[in-house]
Design a protein around this ligand. Sequence first.
Ligand SMILES: N[C@@H](CCC(=O)N[C@@H](CS)C(=O)NCC(=O)O)C(=O)O
Length: 234
Amino acid sequence: MLKVISFTICPFVQRVTALLEAKGFPYEIEYISLKDKPQWFLDLSPNGQVPVLITESGQALFESDAIVEYIEDAYGPLNSSLTPEQKAVNRAWSYLAAKNYLVQCSAQRSGDEVTLNERSVKLAKAFASIEKELGNARFFNTNEVGMVDIAWLPLLHRAALIERHAGYDFLAGYPKLKRWQQHLLFTGLAEKSVATDFEEAFTGFYLSDQTFLGNRNCQVSAPANNTCATDSCC
Ligand SMILES: N[C@@H](CCC(=O)N[C@@H](CS)C(=O)NCC(=O)O)C(=O)O
């Protein structure tokens, strides 16, 4: 069976697990701590990063781009009717998403509004670019989930969580992206591709009292008498 080495809130891992879920493949998953990487993991992962995929023959693969391309090559593409040109276009749009995973992580961790705005500039450019590409289909230019949808899922899933918990919408002003986000979330792939404690771990890290979005969360959820519901709030 395929095995994925993971860290709970890693978007690069979610891209891989979302693809496996979309294909309906069984896989094992093992979570590690990135603060204290086990030696067996360092022996397997040349870049010291997750995701690592262990293939059925025991080969360890690293780099999420290489891993998703391997899954497509080895087990058949999500969408088999694409021309080489369409595949290349889809890969390029997928790479753009992955290049913005850490940008989004960093924006979410901003300590104040000015930093959040600065760190969101690159992400907003990517959102504006893909907004222009989106048509009337449910997913990326088709009504079936494809590789571009899988690559953008971690960004859109996280944006939805931030909106729900902190009332801040990274997608404000991008109506087609918002529609795409809704269609993708409706597939259930977002929840299926993360651990059951993902939302708690994600909000604990990105919406803590050390982040602008976390403190905004306090303002959004603070009761009328201005006392906070939890000790960690405000
Ligand atoms: N280019 C890599 C990036 C993966 C990555 O940045 N993973 C992060 C977690 S989200 C990681 O393992 N960080 C630990 C480290 O860099 O030491 C990929 O696409 O797989």
